[in-house]
Write a protein that binds this ligand. Structure first.
Ligand code: DQA
Length: 144
């Protein structure tokens, strides 16, 4: 079973975008760490980033076809996207939602997540480590 790690808008800028909020780790570093952790458990990883909402929907459909587990940081679409909520609902897959920052300690518009309604677990504020914790959670809960 593959793990799809899906990243939304502006996360391609990770490492240089507001490092005081999002840290200095790049998305390439995140990918490397996630791959290492998943490989240790014998899992394949599809690691993606897009700035486009519809592309994220397509990627969730692809994960559905593959029968994958999903780790998703939908970034700003977390707080706005009914389409991503609906795609996750249709997929019926294990889902872990990740945010680098603690969204609950930030602006009120970040306190609402459409994605959390479809997530089995939510990790926020652990920085780049959150992705590894998400993979760890999936490995432990899905492998028993
Ligand atoms: C984010 C939090 C979102 O509110 C924000 O729009 C992002 C990144 C995070 O990882 O902390 O782009 O998802």
């Amino acid at each position: 079973r593959p793990i799809y790690v899906l990243n939304g808008p502006n996360l391609n800028l990770l490492g240089t975008r507001r490092p005081e909020v999002y840290g200095t780790t790049t998305l390439a570093d995140v990918e490397q760490n996630v791959r290492a952790r998943a490989a240790a458990g014998g899992w394949e990883v599809e690691f993606r980033q897009t700035n486009h909402e519809g592309v994220l929907v397509d990627q969730i459909h692809e994960a559905r076809t593959a029968g994958a587990a999903i780790v998703i940081n939908p970034a700003a679409y977390t707080h706005t996207s009914v389409a991503i909520h609906d795609a996750l609902e249709a997929a019926e897959l294990p889902v872990v939602e990740v945010h680098l920052s603690n969204v609950h300690r930030r602006e009120p518009f970040r306190h609402t997540s459409y994605v959390s309604l479809q997530a089995d677990a939510v990790i926020a504020g652990a920085g780049a480590l959150g992705y590894e914790l998400a993979v760890e959670h999936l490995l432990r809960t899905l492998e028993g």
